[in-house]
Design a protein around this ligand. Structure first.
Ligand code: NDP
Length: 329
């Protein structure tokens, strides 16, 4: 490892939050028992909020953003990892209260690291990234509820975004009939190529929801919250379930108890950040088995470290399609 390395740093003063690509030394690394040469990171919605300061995601300063990364261990005092091991990290407050992936070097608690699953490269792991790993957590929740391809159609909101794109690719490979909700009619061919059988416009989902609507979907993955999630809940078939992971529409949930008490619908909350290690490893193993990696190529783009600020703006503007991988070294 060279003495210096490149990293973004977010600082804060009385004028607010500032971000700059800078040169750091080992003394700038935070506490941890494993040091990683970061090869790839990714742009997640939360990274957009952190880089732009649009929401108080970063709660310690100075801090390197980037909620996920994949790379190679260069030094370890943790008995689970040794120099040369390939690892990945999602969440655990990295990129929020502990310096993260938009850096050539990261030092973290080894208990936060997942060994890179066999057959997945560091680049592929970050093309999946936190969004794709969260998509798999949502799918596991629906499966644990008892939903399978014979149960009926599965709805995916925010279809052209990161969570949505990976969810569609995995669900279709598993044999589900997937219905994609998008605000971007221009992405129809893209969504079809990922495996969506039907594409519907998101506009009606932004209207105030009725307590119950026509039963349409056995399950759903929702990245939007707000009226979108309320409408989705009102359309779930008897005994079905929704896995809710995001707030791209709104933090609120203007719904009634009708879907729960009259149709036995279940609402599963999905958190990737503090998910236990066994769950993470299960999710990453299933990603290795159930994601078509040629589809992953088509749903991801690669940028370099200099392009991170523009991509952070773009993901908040909803103009990024699929996943954006950041090549670090
Ligand atoms: P992206 O920005 O890649 O995708 C979000 C998509 O949501 C957009 O592409 C768009 O899809 C859709 N969308 C945007 N605005 C609205 C709106 N007003 N109403 C309905 N749909 C909208 O983000 P990610 O996929 O990476 O993340 C999605 C959400 O999941 C975010 O809120 C993120 O914070 C959350 N998340 C939560 C995690 C957790 O641990 N719970 C982990 C990872 C992500 P389209 O153009 O197709 O309509």
């Amino acid at each position: 490892m060279s003495d210096t390395f490149r990293a973004y740093q977010i600082t804060k003063d009385e004028d607010g939050q500032k971000v700059a690509l800078t040169t750091l030394t080992e003394h700038d690394l935070m506490d941890g028992d494993v040091t990683v040469k970061v090869e790839y990171s990714a742009i997640n919605y939360k990274d957009g909020l952190a880089m732009t300061g649009s929401a108080p995601v970063v709660r310690r300063f100075p801090l390197t953003p980037g909620i996920d990364f994949a790379g190679t261990v260069t030094a370890s005092e943790n008995s689970t990892f040794a120099a040369g091991d390939k690892v990945l990290l999602n969440g655990f407050g990295v990129g929020e209260v502990h310096s993260g992936g938009f850096s050539e070097v990261a030092r973290v608690d080894g208990n936060w690291l997942v060994p890179l699953p066999d057959g997945i490269t560091a680049r592929q792991a970050m093309a999946v990234g936190t969004a794709g790993y969260t998509a798999m957590l949502c799918i596991l929740a629906l499966e644990n509820h008892g939903i399978n391809p014979e149960s009926g159609d599965v709805l995916v909101t925010g279809a052209a975004g990161g969570v949505g794109s990976v969810a569609i690719a995995i669900l279709s490979k598993l044999g589900y009939r997937v219905v994609a909700v998008t605000g971007r009619s221009s992405e129809r061919d893209y969504l079809t190529s990922l495996g969506a059988s039907e594409i519907i416009d998101r506009q009606p989902f932004s209207e105030k929801a009725r307590p119950l609507a026509k039963e349409l979907w056995a399950g759903a993955i929702d990245v939007a919250g707000g009226n979108t999630l309320a409408n989705v809940l009102s359309q779930i078939t008897y005994g079905g379930a929704v896995a809710a992971c995001g707030l791209a529409d709104s933090m609120s949930l203007p719904t009634s108890v009708a879907p729960f008490i009259l149709r036995g619908v279940a609402l599963y909350g999905i958190d990737s950040v503090m998910a236990p290690m066994t769950k993470r490893q299960q999710a990453w193993q299933r990603i290795a088995e159930d994601l078509d990696f040629s589809k992953l190529e088509t749903l991801s783009n690669e940028i370099n470290l200099e392009e991170v600020p523009a991509a952070a703006e773009a993901i908040l503007a909803g103009t990024i399609r699929g996943r954006t991988v950041v090549k670090i070294i």
